[in-house]
Design a binder for this molecule. Structure first.
Ligand SMILES: C[S@@+](CC[C@H](N)C(=O)[O-])C[C@H]1O[C@@H](n2cnc3c(N)ncnc32)[C@H](O)[C@@H]1O
Length: 237
């Protein structure tokens, strides 16, 4: 039995997913001048659900709805697109694209709780004929049919994903990443969006692996935009 160390972070300044992400499961916690921390030992995950949460490459933190709109705008999403949101959470990006533009979409999500929420949300939004949610690991998903890919993961996850994006996606496929870049693959556009004053992510606690208190502060969200090139430079392979 592996003893897991859980860390409770009290984030006292501007919050970002990178700060939340490093607090997950038994991952090492880096020092952050902006945060105060208290470390405590918690029991090992007991249930299947907890085990799945501990396999996640990024924690769940929903994109505020106004930022979702900007993501779709930046990707120039339209009816003919097939949008894949890798790590789709409650399905909001895929559902918003279907509702607003009639886009077909696929959400890929490892956490069954989020898949259930996404399916319920799609039902409420009346877009079940245009969207589907796959409970699977995004790294093991065939994304070759996508014409638009959206991401809200973590910097190292984006880097790990980059070769897959560049090898599986067709030239011309648009990619938007919320908050994190792709290292040496320079974005074609970077857009800053002010989040809501009181976002849905004001307070977020995930009892099994991630526990975080997100301060009620309006913050700027950064969106990165790329188009998959026809010829992939050696430096990005
Ligand atoms: C920051 S949330 C983003 C949710 C949604 N895309 C949004 O913008 O609101 C990241 C999501 O990725 C999921 N996730 C993390 N690692 C994953 C993996 N390897 N495969 C599939 N989903 C994953 C998490 O469960 C979480 O719901």
């Amino acid at each position: 039995m592996i003893q897991r160390q859980h860390t409770i972070w009290l984030l006292v300044a501007s919050v970002s997913l990178i700060e939340l992400g490093i607090a997950g499961c038994s991952q090492k916690v880096e020092k952050n001048a902006k945060a105060t921390q208290a470390t405590q030992t918690s029991p090992q995950p007991q249930t299947e659900e907890q085990k799945i949460k501990c396999q996640l490459d990024a924690p769940y933190l929903p994109t505020p709805q106004n930022v979702v709109e900007e993501i779709l705008k930046l990707a120039n999403v339209n009816k003919g697109d097939i949008l894949y949101d890798l790590g789709s959470g409650d399905g909001r990006v895929v559902i918003a694209a279907a509702q607003k533009f009639g886009t077909r979409g696929v959400g890929v999500e490892l956490d069954p709780q989020r898949i259930q929420e996404a399916n319920e949300n799609a039902q409420k939004a009346g877009v079940t004929n245009r969207v589907r949610f796959l409970q699977q690991n995004l790294f093991q998903t065939d994304i070759s049919k996508a014409t638009v890919v959206t991401l809200y993961l973590l910097p190292e996850v984006n880097l790990k994903l980059r070769p897959k994006l560049l090898s599986q996606l067709k030239p011309g496929t648009r990619i938007v990443s919320h908050e994190f870049d792709m290292g040496g693959w320079k974005p074609q556009r970077v857009v800053k969006v002010l989040g809501p004053k009181r976002g849905e992510n004001f307070l977020y606690r995930d009892e099994s692996c991630y526990t975080m208190l997100v301060p009620d502060e309006q913050r700027e969200h950064t969106l990165y935009f790329w188009v998959v090139p026809k010829y992939i430079p050696n430096s990005l392979r």
